[in-house]
Design a protein around this ligand. Sequence first.
Ligand code: ZN
Length: 406
Amino acid sequence: MQAWTKPEIPVVPGPARRLRLYDTASRGLVEVPPATDGSARMYVCGITPYDATHMGHAATYVTFDLINRMWRDAGYEVHYTQNITDIDDPLLERAAATGVDWTDLAHSEIQLFRDDMTALRVIPPQNYVGVVESIGLVTDAIADLQRAGAVYDVDGDLYFAVKADPTFGSVSGYDVETMRALFAERGGDPDREGKRDPLDSLLWRHERPGEPAWDSPFGRGRPGWHVECSAIALEHLGMSFDVQGGGSDLIFPHHEMSASGAQVATGEHPFARAYVHQAMVGLDGEKMSKSKGNLVLVSKERQAGTDPMAIRLALLAHHYRTDWFWAPTDLLDAQARLDVWRGAITRGSGPDAAHTIDAIRAALTNDLDTIAALSAVDTWSDSNGNDPESPALLAQALDALLGIKL
Ligand code: ZN
C-alpha cells in the first residue's frame, strides 16, 4: 500500500549519539541497535481504519518517528514497516452500523491517516502493508505454525496454542490472571468452549454469512489479528529486528501473541530485540478511545486551523512513557512556545548552537527525553549571542531531530 509524503530531513552537523530505549520485556534500558553501524529495523503496529487519528495515535507515531530520526542522525539505514489492520471485527462492525461499505470506510480512513501523518511531518515507513494485500503471507505463517504442531481447530476456526512457545509471557511479564483479564478486554475470547487454553488466540476465522472471506488451504475465511503482524514483520524485516512498537495497550495480548507466533513459526528467538510502548493519552480522567467516544482528533484540529507543528510540539511536551490527559492548554502552551522559537530563529544572530544541538541529541537518545530536549531549545531561545549562523543551524536541527519545522 502507498504510504505518505516523506518530509525533507536536513543533515545536522556535530556528533550523533547512540540510542537507548526502555524495553518492556527486559524492563530496562537497552541500546538499539546493538551494532555501531549498518541498519536498524523497526515494526510499528498500524491503525485499524474505522475512525480518524486521535491524539493517542498521533503520540504513538510521533514517538516512533523520533526513534527513526535518531537512527538516521546516527547514520543507520532504517528499515521501517507498519501494517494496516484493514480487515477486523471493529471495521466490519462500524461499517455495518453506519451503512458504509467496509472497503470504502477503510480507504477513506487510511487516506485521512496519511494526511494527518504528512501534516505532523512523520517519516513514512518504507513498507506500509495492509492485511488484505497480505492474506497469502498470513496463511503461510499459519501453515508454518501447523507444521510446528501449534494449531488446532474449534468448530472450523483455527487457534494458536500458546503453550507451543516456552517463552510465552516474556514480552509483557504479566501473570496468567492479568493476561486473562486483558485478553477478554482487548478482543480475545478466553471463555470460548473447545479451546485448550483460555489464552489461545484466533489465527483463522472460517467464513460467516455476510462477512468478507478469502480462499486458503484451511478453507475460506479471514485472519485473526495477531498473526497478521507476525507474518508482515517476518516478510519485511525478518526475526530479531530492533524495535517492535505500539501503544501500551498492545503489550498484551497483541505484542505477546505476535512475538510468540513468529517465534514458534520460525523456531527462532526473539521476535524483536526491544519492545517499546507509548503510554496512553486520556481525556477528562479517562483513556481516550474509540469505544468511549472521547476523542480529540488530529484532522478536526487541523480543519479548525491549528498549526500541525503546535500539535506535534504539544505531544513532545510529555514523555512517551508517562500516561497523561489531553487538555486545551496543551495546544495553547505549544503554540506559545512555537511563537517564541520562531521569533528566536528570525533574529540576526544567537548563542552558540552546537551546545544546544548536542543537548537535544543527548536528551532524545536517553530514552526519548523530549522534555529535556524542548527545555534545551527554550534556553537557547531565551539567551542572546552574536553567532550569525546559529539561528539557521538550530532551525535545521529542530526540523531533523524533533520533526518541528519552524
Ligand atoms: Zn501489530
